[in-house]
Design a protein around this ligand. Structure first.
Ligand SMILES: [Zn+2]
Length: 110
């Protein structure tokens, strides 16, 4: 085996597929690290719905923990916590359509 064969694949080409950049939260401001929108941005929501498609309740639990982390970060930075944190972090996941590529929910559009 050569050194080249022992080297792990680059993260962006793992499994032979190029992976698009992930839309992650950028703490402590909680904007998207890629598009700059409030996190979870529309792309992050779609990705989360796909990743947790079988475990919607786990997604809601995960997003609730993210909401509490965001609340703590924003308040500790001296900002007033936005009054839409629940809708921004949790409610969209509860009412999102099962198919993230399908039509958006009319209750909490992306
Ligand atoms: Zn984004």
């Amino acid at each position: 085996m050569t050194d080249q064969q022992d080297a792990p694949p680059e993260p962006s080409t793992r499994h032979g597929r190029a992976r698009p950049p992930e839309h992650l939260s950028n703490r402590p401001g909680w904007d998207c690290s890629i598009c700059g929108a409030e996190w979870p941005c529309a792309t992050a929501r779609k990705t989360l719905l796909k990743e947790f498609s079988v475990f919607r309740s786990t997604l809601i639990y995960y997003m609730a923990t993210q909401m509490y982390d965001a609340f703590g970060d924003l308040v500790s930075a001296g900002q007033l916590a936005p009054d839409n944190l629940f809708e921004r972090f949790v409610a969209w996941a509860r009412f999102a359509p099962k198919d993230p590529d399908g039509p958006p929910s009319d209750r909490f559009p992306a």
